[in-house]
Design a binder for this molecule. Structure first.
Ligand code: TRP
Length: 330
């Protein structure tokens, strides 16, 4: 039987947090063993909000290096930059003609981002889900590992695929979300009832994958706890529970085991231990990412190979779409 295809992407806007790592990239790694995987740096999505051009370029390369440092294996997986494969934008144009303005306006992320960037509600921002659908559908994807926040976009992608297939005949495979069951939700260190976010205004609320050890330790020291001073996992203790959750995912132990190892300890001990654990886990990733960024030519050549690989698949889909909708072949 043909191997199933997995597609996912991350935008190169802003540094990733340990929440992104635990919730997304880390979960994709095992998929490489049994699926045909395409992982992309979604730079075309990033420009739907204003970016500094030089910084965007650096972040694109740095995210590609991070994927590799986390364990994405370029021998098994196609790793590439979205804008290197022109078929994404080309398919997006075709899909735009079957996507309705009304359904795009209803997207939660569009509404949120329109509020946040009220001075720049551009067409691209509204078109974001159609571009994302194009990413996925170009590769005849079966599974899309995404976090909870992207499920609405995946629904639209499925709707567009089904709509196109109904109108023009079977063309796209209709993908399914591969929702990653989060072993633990990683929350803000300062408002532990909120999810940790890479776009939090206060950098002390999040641990970024690029944070050096001393910064990590300092941020955990400042993490919000409570005045009860007992280390247990409980709903009424969101700060302490978050620290225990982070400790347990990075240690690979259960919450109960984490609680047990801090029996009789104070919050100071817990915070230091969590900080050390996270810093130890990130250190090899950071070292490898830096090493790769030092080999710019090698990285660029890997991405070029990735894009060539991706194009081979993407081109086939695009040709069949253009043919079905009646564009004359040149
Ligand atoms: N929108 C996704 C995010 O912000 C990134 C993304 C772009 C993506 N294209 C995709 C995710 C295709 C999955 C599949 O996280």
């Amino acid at each position: 039987m043909e191997e199933k295809t997995v597609y996912s992407a991350v935008q190169p806007s802003g540094d990733l947090t340990i929440g992104n790592y635990i919730g997304s990239i880390r979960n994709w790694l095992p998929l490489q063993e049994s699926y045909t995987c395409y992982f992309a740096v979604a730079d075309l999505h990033s420009i739907t909000v204003r970016q500094d051009p030089a910084l965007l370029r650096e972040r694109t390369l740095s995210l590609a290096a991070l994927y590799l440092a986390c364990g994405v294996d370029p021998e098994k997986t196609t790793l590439y930059v979205q804008s290197h494969v022109p078929e994404h934008a080309q398919l997006c144009w075709a899909l735009n003609t079957i996507a309705y303005v009304g359904e795009m306006e209803r997207m939660t992320q569009f509404k949120d981002k329109s509020q946040k960037h009220a001075d720049n509600i551009n067409m691209g921002l509204m078109d974001y889900p159609v571009l994302m659908a194009s990413d996925i559908l170009l590769y005849q994807t079966d599974l899309v590992p995404v976090g909870q926040d992207q499920t609405q976009h995946l629904e639209i992608c499925r709707d567009l695929a089904i709509r196109f297939n109904n109108r023009y005949g079977e063309t796209f495979r209709v993908p399914k979300a591969h929702i990653i069951k989060e072993r633990a939700k990683i929350c803000s260190l300062l408002e532990p009832t909120k999810k940790m976010s890479k776009s939090d205004e206060n950098p002390n609320a999040s641990i970024f994958l690029t944070d050096p050890r001393d910064v990590i330790l300092k941020k955990f020291k400042r993490a919000v706890t409570d005045s009860d001073n007992t280390i247990r996992y409980a709903e009424e203790k969101p700060g302490v529970s978050n620290l225990l959750a982070i400790y347990s995912v990075f240690r690979g132990c259960t919450i109960a085991e984490a609680e047990k190892s801090f029996e009789g300890c104070g919050y100071g001990t817990l915070k230091t231990a969590v900080g050390e654990t996270v810093a130890d886990a990130l250190e090899p990733i950071q070292r490898e990412q830096q090493r790769l960024l030092g080999e710019r030519e090698y990285l660029l050549s890997l991405l070029k190979k990735g894009a060539e690989n991706a194009r081979e698949r993407a081109e086939k889909t695009l040709i069949s779409v253009y043919e079905k909708i009646g564009l004359l072949r040149g």
